[in-house]
Design a protein around this ligand. Structure first.
Ligand code: 4AD
Ligand code: MG
Length: 429
């Protein structure tokens, strides 16, 4: 008997197959039992009638939620069932009976669930989120690989800060101070000077003291960097990447998006190019909407939401004041008070999903900035070397995976978009 994943059952309609998984739910009318079985790839409804299969019916009465089972039987299409397929089991083999599974089918509080994240991920909505996350990550790699970008992994343990010194996780590196990486960007710049077009993809760490729905202490970032790419090339690459990710998710996850109650029309109608507005225009927009906002301040989450509410697609906000952006950003030659950096804000209030821009490629200005930002010059000596030996215009960006998944899935909080989130007050499990 062939073992088939639930998501592939539609290719086996009318055939007898084997499914291996866990019991998610059971409903009984006294005469008929409906089982909902999950195997990680989807949900399968099974029907057993007492009259026709009295022994199997009795066996099934004793199977509890999350017990592991192997079932065999013929499958057929059934549009009213959760996954679109239904099985009439011929045989059910119990692998292990689960006793008193704590996450029942009633509503639980978020703290209760977070404490049991190792089990919570078994529920349909959480599994759907993680499957979509996997596709988003794969789409990122596929897109960049096809564009001739080389994967160059950046280190996790680093001697210096990339994104400001206030959110560093410090560690003791054989008596020397080291930090968990906030971003692979600086190494990406070195790799781009070696390989041309590169990306890194891995976990990044920020000791953020913020407990918001958009912040994690550990999050995954896709970071691309390209030599000879200017600010415009960079934004074009970003919007094409996002568009590609959207299409991949829509194509592969119709069922998951339904489980998540996602309004897919909002994703379907997004087209290229994405709207763009300068920071200064964004400030004007905020004021028109009645918000008090002083030029020179950074946007808070409510400001970002107010801006993105004006658009159906992600929107680039570019040319931020030099003072509020990182030391490595290139000033706009025609207005050095602003930098050639852009944030991409997701629609529907999901906030900034990409930060990026053109890098400072001039040695003396870069050294000046490192001093202004009180960064240790020695730790950045290798980085300034990149401007000493064949410096070129170059640009890059970082895409936050969790925020992107939260937006695509229409999920309120980023903590549900990563298997085991690290949040401000929670390290367990
Ligand atoms: O805007 P950020 O800080 O940019 C950088 O780190 C650049 N060095 C990247 C680069 O150019 N190579 O972070 C990039 C993205 C944000 O837009 C956001 O999506 C995500 O990373 N991000 C977070 N996601 C979850 N939790 C946090 N604490 C995050 N901080 C940033
Ligand atoms: Mg940013």
């Amino acid at each position: 008997m062939e073992w088939v994943l639930i998501k592939n059952l539609k290719n086996h309609s009318g055939q007898e197959v084997e499914v291996r998984g866990w019991l998610y739910n059971k409903r009984s009318s006294g005469k008929i039992i409906f089982l909902i079985v999950r195997d990680g790839s989807g949900l399968l409804q099974c029907v057993i009638a007492k009259k026709e299969q009295p022994e199997l019916f009795q066996l099934v009465e004793g199977i509890t939620q999350e017990s592991s089972i192997i079932i065999t039987g013929a499958v057929r299409e059934e549009p009213r069932s959760p996954g679109g397929m239904e099985m009439q089991p011929k045989d059910i083999r119990i692998i292990s009976i689960a006793e008193n599974y704590p996450i029942t089918l009633k509503e639980h509080g978020v703290d209760f669930l977070a404490e049991r994240r190792h089990l919570w991920i078994r529920t349909p909505k959480q599994s759907a989120l993680l499957r979509i996350r996997s596709t988003v990550e794969q789409a990122c790699r596929d897109f960049l690989n096809r564009r001739d970008f080389v994967l160059a992994d950046a280190p996790i343990i680093t001697p210096a800060a990339c994104e400001g010194t206030t959110t560093l996780f410090e560690l003791d590196y054989h008596g020397e101070k080291a930090y968990l990486s906030q971003s692979g960007q600086l190494y990406n710049e070195a790799a781009a000077m070696a390989l041309g077009r590169i990306y890194c993809f891995g976990p990044t760490f920020r000791a953020e003291k913020s407990k918001t729905r958009r912040h994690l202490m550990e999050f995954w970032m896709l970071e691309a960097e390209a030599a000879f790419f200017d600010f415009e090339d960079n934004m074009k690459l970003q919007e094409e990447l996002i568009y590609y990710i959207i299409q991949s998710v829509l194509e592969k996850h119709a069922t998951d998006l339904k489980i998540l109650n996602r309004d897919v029309e909002k994703l379907q109608k997004i087209s290229l190019p994405f709207p763009r507005l300068s920071y200064t225009q964004a400030v004007e927009l905020l004021r028109q909407k009645g918000r008090q906002f002083e030029w020179g301040n950074d946007f808070g989450a409510p400001d970002e939401t107010a801006i993105s509410d004006n658009f159906d697609a992600p929107v680039f906000v570019h040319r931020f004041p030099t003072k509020i952006k990182a030391f490595y950003m290139k000033p706009d030659p025609s207005d050095p008070g602003v930098v050639l950096g852009a944030d991409l804000l997701a629609p529907e209030g999901y906030g900034e999903i990409i930060g990026g821009g053109q890098r400072l490629d001039d040695l003396s200005l870069l050294e000046e900035r490192i001093r202004e930002h009180n960064l240790p010059g020695e730790a950045f000596a290798w980085y300034t070397d990149l401007r000493r030996y064949g410096t070129v215009p170059h640009s890059g960006f970082g895409l936050g995976i969790e925020r992107t998944v939260a937006w695509l899935c229409g999920t309120e909080h980023v903590r549900e978009t990563i298997p085991f989130p690290r949040t401000l007050y929670r390290l367990y499990p």
